[in-house]
Each structure stands twice: as C-alpha cells, then as structure tokens.
Design a protein around this ligand. Sequence first.
Ligand SMILES: [Zn+2]
Length: 171
Amino acid sequence: MMLRSHLSFGLLAYIILFVNAVTLPFLGTLNQPGLLATVFYLIGLITPDIDSPNSFISRKVRAAHTITNIFSRHRGFVHSIFTGALLTLGIGFLLSLKEYDLAIAGWFFIGYLIHLLTDAMTPHGVKLFAPLSPYTLRGPIRTGSTHEKVISLIVYSAALLIIAKNFTNLL
Ligand SMILES: [Zn+2]
C-alpha cells in the first residue's frame, strides 16, 4: 500500500479509537491519546516499510533501512505481528525507565497493526505471523492501482465525516 493509504486508514482507526473508549487485552482501556501517544502511533503506522527501499521512512532513516535489508526483504519479518510486539516491548521498557505512560507503547503497536492489516488488503499480502507461520493474509487491492486510490479516498472522507460530526457543529 502507498503511504497515503496507510495514513488514511491510520486516520480512520485513530478517530474511531479516539471517540470510543476501547479496551484491549494486556493494554487495558485506552485513554484518549495525548500528543506523545499520537506521535508514537504515527511512527508505528509508518515503521514497517523500513524494509522497502523507496518508502518514506527508508528515505528518512537510511541506516535503519540498510540494517533491516541485511536480514529481510520487503514485507518479510518486519511486516510481522511479532516484530511489532518486540518493538513495542522495547519502547515500553524505555518508557518505564522515564516513568512515562505505558499506553504510549500500546499506541505504537496499534499503529503497527493498522499498517500490517492495510498491507494485507493487497495480493502480495502479509505474513502476519512470520517467522512462526508462513500463512499469508491477502486481498484484492493492488498497490498503486486506481482501486487503492478510490478506497483510500473513501476511507479518508469517512474519517473527515467522523471528525466533523464529533468535533464541529457542521453535521
Ligand atoms: Zn508495508
């Protein structure tokens, strides 16, 4: 999926989670995210494409891309729930040292998960449980296709509608 699709699906999920108190296993009820949680959510949302040479994040953080590429190709183990969970644990550990709210790490994980699920809509799919299982979750939407652009636009519009309904007097 293109960055803008990840961002529009990410925005929709964020808004839905923001206006509803959602309870998740291990993480408890997520309070409305603060600025730091939102930043970590965004980082989680774009981090998996560190394994893709032309992605936004790879261009920004060349060194990290070079290191990941030694171990993995695009949508290899980086696009796995386990890598997301491992990174979340690391972030949680660092946050606990500074006595920050652990939910911030939870928001990173949710962002990561939304990225994986969005990529799972493409025919290339995602090996969600790599390296434990080769099972690939896939869908019919080709990356860069008109299909993807239309769906991305619909998702973006839905997010804007929810924002307008909940935070403005427009609707
Ligand atoms: Zn991806």
